[in-house]
Design a protein around this ligand. Structure first.
Ligand code: ADP
Length: 164
């Protein structure tokens, strides 16, 4: 049974994240989406809202791919979370060179903490590669159209949150 942990803030989940989830579904038996609580980052959506949106987006995806997808909030060390959920793999998406530097350090440190957990990187389709939750929020905040970056459910949630 191959289990991967895909960690992130998912504030909110974008088509970039979904692209990575879809690709990983072809590689693993079980995917645990680890939602970092990240109080420091001051997320726009609460943990419960982020989890709910991810769950809603993953139902069809899981049944289509025939794998189990579980959404798991976490606040502890990533490597401990991987062990808690029985993941042998940490899955990360790579966008641009800017992501590489940070990811390179993370892999190095996590390997020292636990060499048995392997980090695997996937790249989204070209049309989804530039999408970042942070920029989606900025564009939405300024009244821009983010429908090419998120699902209709998330688009509506952004509109509702930013109009109040
Ligand atoms: P963001 O940086 O957009 O706030 P997260 O912290 O939620 O995203 O990221 C979780 C993981 O998903 C990270 O490995 C990140 O690199 C990856 N990811 C996010 N957006 C994309 C994308 N458009 N293409 C590929 N990977 C992505």
């Amino acid at each position: 049974m191959r289990t991967a942990l895909y960690p992130g803030t998912f504030d909110p989940i974008t088509l970039g994240h979904i692209d990575i989830i879809r690709r990983s579904a072809a590689l693993v038996d079980k995917l645990v989406i680890g939602v970092a609580i990240n109080r420091d980052k001051g997320p726009l959506f609460s943990l419960e809202e982020r989890v709910e949106m991810i769950e809603a987006e993953c139902v069809d995806l899981a049944s289509q791919a025939g794998i189990e997808i579980v959404v798991h909030p976490f606040e502890n060390l990533l490597i401990d979370c991987a062990n808690d959920v029985g993941a042998q793999i940490i899955l990360r998406g790579l966008r641009a060179v800017a992501d590489f530097e940070y990811e390179y350090q993370m892999v190095g440190m996590n390997r020292v903490l636990d060499a048995s957990v392997e980090t695997v990187f996937l790249m989204a389709d070209a049309k989804h590669q530039a999408i970042a939750s942070k920029l989606v929020k900025e564009i939405a905040r300024l009244g821009g159209d983010v429908s090419k970056f998120v699902t209709p459910l998330v688009n509506d949630a952004l509109k509702e949150r930013l109009s109040s």
